[in-house]
Design a protein around this ligand. Structure first.
Ligand SMILES: Cc1cc2nc3c(=O)[nH]c(=O)nc-3n(C[C@H](O)[C@H](O)[C@H](O)COP(=O)(O)OP(=O)(O)OC[C@H]3O[C@@H](n4cnc5c(N)ncnc54)[C@H](O)[C@@H]3O)c2cc1C
Ligand SMILES: NC(=O)c1ccc[n+]([C@@H]2O[C@H](COP(=O)([O-])OP(=O)(O)OC[C@H]3O[C@@H](n4cnc5c(N)ncnc54)[C@H](OP(=O)(O)O)[C@@H]3O)[C@@H](O)[C@H]2O)c1
Length: 444
C-alpha cells in the first residue's frame, strides 16, 4: 500500500512528525491554520491559537528542551538557559527550514473534520480561504496541541468587571492601575500575577489548594538539570527529595500568606517560578483563598474576605480538544486518555497522537521520539504489541505519578521515564541530522 499521511498541526510536535515521515520518503502533508511554523510559540497581540504572552520564557531549560536531530547549539550561538517565546519560534522555523519541511505544509488551512473510513483510509476535510475540500489519506497524525481552548471556572453570582482567560492575556500594560485578581496556581497564573503586579494598582492570586513552587535555578544551574541527576531514582524518592529541597529553599508558606501544601510533590503539575515568591514578600502580589461567590465587582473568598476588583484573569487551564472528530468517535476532553505511549489508539491502527502528553518537563523531545516510533511502524520495522488494549488501560491505571483528579491531570508523564519508555522501541542510531530531501537533490 502506498502511504499518504495527513498531519494536523505544524507546531513543535507536528513538524517533528512531518520531518520523520519525510526522512523515510513517506508522502506526508501537514495542515496548519497558522501562516507559519511554531504553533503556541507564535506570539501575536490578537487572540490566536497561541497562549504565550509578551514576556513568556520557557520553564524547561534549553538542555532538556531540544530536538536531538537539531539541538540549540546547531541552531545558533548563545541561546540562554530559558529561551523566550521568540527564540523558540525561530528555532522551530529553523528546524522546518533545515529539514526542508515547508513544501509539505499547507498553511492557512483549517482541518474541519476527519472521518475514519477503514484501517487504510481517512477522509480529511479542510477549509482554506472559505473553500472546503476533502482528501483521502491512509494515515492520520494528530498534533493539534493541547493549550489553546480555554477552560473557564464558574462560581455563584455574577462578576461585573472585566473577565478574561490567560489565553487572552497578551501583555501587562492594559492592566496598569487596575485591581487585578488572578485565579489558579499553575504556570500561567504565577507568570500572569508577576507580570500584572509590575503595573497594577493591586494584584491578588487565588489558589484553591497549596502548590509546590520550584525556582528556575538551584546552585546556579537550571532546576531540571539538577533534577536530572536523580532520574535513576524511583519517582516517589525523587519527589521526597524535591520536597526537602523546596521546603528549605522557601521556608514556611505561612510567612507568605499562602495556603499550606497538603499534597506530595508531583500530585499536581509543577509550577516553576522564581519571581512570584519575591513579589509576595515585596507586597506586590497578595495571596487569596478560593472564591466563594461574586457580587458585582466584589469577590467573596472562602475565608470570608471581601474585595473589589476591576479585572479577573482566570488562569484555569485548557481543554484537551479534537474538534475535527465526531464527539461520539473520540472525545478525551474529560479523560481518561487510554493511548499506549500516549500515541497509539487501542483499536484504530492508522491514527497517531503526537505531543499529547503533559510531562514534568518539555514536550517536543518526547514528541520527536514518538514520531520516530510512528515511522518505524509505518515502515514495518516495528510492530505494536498484541495486547495493546491492555497496555492502554495500564497507562491509565498506573500513571508515572499519582495525581489529584482535576481535569489537567489526565495525560501526565514523568519526562525521564517517558523518554526511557520510548527509547526502548528505537534502535541505538535513531538520531538523524541530515535533511533527506536536500541531500538527495544536491547529490543528483
Ligand atoms: C504560556 C505557555 C508556556 C508553555 N511553556 C512550555 C515549556 O516551557 N515547555 C514545554 O514543553 N511546553 C510548554 N508549553 C506547552 C506547549 O503546549 C508546548 O510547548 C508546545 O507548543 C506543544 O507543541 P504542539 O505542536 O503539540 O502544539 P501547539 O504548539 O499548540 O501547535 C499545534 C498546531 O496545530 C495547529 N492546529 C490546531 N488545530 C488545527 C486544525 N484544526 N487545523 C489546522 N491546524 C490546527 C495550530 O495552528 C498549531 O500551529 C507552554 C504552553 C503555554 C500556553
Ligand atoms: N512560562 C512557561 O513556560 C509557562 C507559562 C504558562 C503555562 N505554561 C504551561 O502551559 C500549560 C498550561 O498551564 P496553565 O497554568 O495555563 O494551566 P494548568 O496547568 O491547567 O493550571 C490551571 C490552574 O487553575 C486551577 N483551576 C482550574 N480550574 C479551577 C477552578 N474552577 N477554580 C479554581 N482554580 C482552578 C488548577 O487547579 P488544580 O491544581 O486543582 O488543577 C491549576 O492551579 C502547562 O503545561 C504549563 O506548564 C508554561
Amino acid at each position: 500500500m502506498k502511504l499518504k499521511v495527513a498531519v494536523i498541526g505544524a507546531g513543535p510536535s507536528g513538524i517533528t512528525a512531518l520531518k520523520n515521515l519525510v526522512d523515510q520518503g513517506i508522502e506526508a502533508i501537514a495542515f496548519d491554520r497558522n501562516q507559519n511554523v511554531g504553533g503556541n510559540w507564535i506570539y501575536t497581540e490578537e487572540e490566536s491559537h497561541s497562549s504565550v504572552f509578551e514576556t513568556t520564557h520557557i520553564i524547561s531549560s534549553k538542555t532538556l528542551s531540544q530536538y536531538e536531530d537539531f539541538t540549540f547549539d546547531e541552531f545558533e550561538d548563545n541561546v540562554p538557559d530559558y529561551p523566550s517565546h521568540d527564540t523558540l519560534r525561530r528555532y522551530f522555523q529553523a528546524y522546518a527550514r533545515k529539514f526542508n519541511l515547508y513544501p509539505s505544509i499547507r498553511f492557512g488551512t483549517m482541518v474541519k473534520h476527519c472521518q475514519y473510513v477503514n484501517e487504510s483510509s481517512w477522509e480529511v476535510t479542510t477549509e482554506k480561504d472559505g473553500i472546503v475540500s476533502t482528501e483521502n489519506f491512509t494515515h492520520l497524525v494528530v498534533a493539534n496541541g493541547h493549550h489553546w481552548k480555554p477552560r473557564y471556572p464558574h462560581y455563584p453570582g455574577e462578576f461585573s468587571g472585566e473577565f478574561l482567560h490567560s489565553h487572552q492575556f497578551k501583555k501587562a500594560s492594559p492592566f496598569e492601575g487596575k485591581r487585578v485578581l488572578v485565579i489558579g496556581g499553575g504556570n500561567s497564573a504565577c507568570d500572569v500575577a508577576v507580570e500584572t503586579s509590575r503595573v497594577s494598582a493591586k494584584t491578588s492570586i487565588s489558589w484553591r489548594r497549596g502548590y509546590w513552587i520550584a525556582p528556575k535555578f538551584f546552585f546556579g544551574k537550571p532546576s531540571d538539570v539538577i533534577a536530572e541527576g536523580t532520574k535513576w531514582l524511583p519517582v516517589k524518592v525523587r519527589s521526597f527529595f524535591n520536597e526537602i529541597l523546596l521546603k528549605s529553599y522557601w521556608g514556611d508558606y505561612k510567612k507568605y500568606g499562602l495556603r499550606p501544601i497538603t499534597l506530595p510533590f508531583g500530585s499536581t503539575h509543577p509550577t516553576i517560578n522564581d519571581e512570584l515568591m519575591h513579589k509576595i514578600r515585596h507586597g506586590k502580589v497578595q495571596p487569596r483563598m478560593d472564591i466563594k461567590r461574586y457580587e458585582g465587582k466584589k469577590v467573596v473568598f472562602e475565608d470570608g474576605k471581601e474585595e473589589e476588583y476591576d479585572t479577573i484573569i482566570a488562569c484555569t487551564g485548557y481543554w484537551l480538544s479534537h474538534p475535527f472528530f465526531d464527539k461520539e468517535f473520540i472525545d478525551y476532553s474529560k479523560g481518561p486518555v487510554p493511548l499506549y505511549l500516549k500515541m497509539f489508539h487501542p483499536k484504530i491502527t492508522n491514527l497517531y497522537f503526537i505531543g499529547m502528553f503533559q510531562p514534568l518537563g518539555c514536550i517536543w523531545p518526547g514528541a520527536e521520539l514518538q514520531s520516530k516510533l510512528m515511522v518505524r511502524e509505518l515502515t514495518g520495522e516495528w510492530k505494536r504489541p498484541k495486547d495493546i488494549e491492555k497496555l492502554c488501560e495500564m497507562e491509565v491505571k498506573k500513571p508515572h505519578y499519582q495525581q489529584i483528579d482535576t481535569p489537567r491531570h489526565t495525560i501526565t508523564v514523568d519526562y525521564h521515564l517517558f523518554i526511557k519508555d520510548l527509547k526502548k522501541h528505537l534502535p541505538k542510531n535513531y538520531v538523524s541530522k541530515n535533511p533527506r530531501i536536500v541531500k538527495e537533490l544536491t547529490s543528483s
